[in-house]
Design a protein around this ligand. Structure first.
Ligand SMILES: Nc1nc2c(ncn2[C@@H]2O[C@H](COP(=O)(O)OP(=O)(O)OP(=O)(O)O)[C@@H](O)[C@H]2O)c(=O)[nH]1
Length: 187
């Protein structure tokens, strides 16, 4: 669904009034339009071409893209949660463009979310698009709803994971993935 610009602008005005602000004051009068632009940008991450390649020689080992910075919004407070995603899969005859793994993360991140669902959606999408031997997704994130309000605990972070196929079945494969994402070497 696309953004209902009129409704969004009206609701931002109402929201500002409800928290005791004057939506017509200098600093706020453009805010409804800015928020419309922001949500249009977020929506734009939903669609992209999942380029895949089948000419990959005999490559049938793990592909890992780690430390993917992501930003999402907790659906309970609409405050950001953000951190790093690590994705691996073992191809079965085809791979995707590496940037597409980042695009998949963005596709599901830029919407009201919970971290557990987000992690699962990324893994399910890759399963569907690549039919690999298995997918592993680990996400580590700080939730501002726990840092800047409520329990006010900025040192804690949340780790979620979704493993499918060979990553679930084979301990050696799972450990290889965990070792790769936990090594701090860049090259
Ligand atoms: N699997 C794999 N993909 C690569 C490698 N080097 C570059 N790529 C990816 O090749 C893909 C080409 O995808 P296209 O959709 O044709 O190109 P694009 O529109 O420029 O893609 P974006 O980078 O997503 O903007 C990109 O996802 C690159 O990240 C590589 O060594 N292995």
């Amino acid at each position: 669904m696309s953004i209902d610009e009129k409704k969004l602008k009206e609701s931002i005005r109402l929201f500002l009034e409800a928290i005791g602000e004057d939506p017509d004051r200098e600093g706020l009068k453009e805010t409804p339009d800015r928020i419309v632009r922001l949500w249009k940008e977020f929506k734009s991450y939903e669609n992209f071409n999942m380029t895949v390649f089948e000419d990959i020689g005999n490559y049938n080992e793990m592909v890992v893209v780690k430390d993917i910075q992501f930003y999402s919004l907790c659906e309970h407070h609409l405050l950001p949660f953000f951190g790093k995603a690590h994705i691996a899969y073992i191809p079965d005859g085809k791979v995707c463009g590496l940037s597409k793994l980042v695009r998949v993360v963005n596709k599901f991140s830029y919407r009201p979310q919970v971290q557990e669902r987000l992690t699962g959606q990324i893994a399910e999408f890759l399963e569907k698009e690549l039919n690999p031997k298995g997918v592993a997704v680990v996400m580590e994130a700080e939730h501002l709803c726990m840092s800047m309000r409520g329990v006010k605990n900025p040192t804690s972070y949340t780790v979620t994971s979704k493993l499918t196929g060979i990553f679930m079945e084979n301990e050696k494969t799972r450990n290889e993935f965990l070792n790769l994402i936990n090594s701090h070497k860049k090259y």
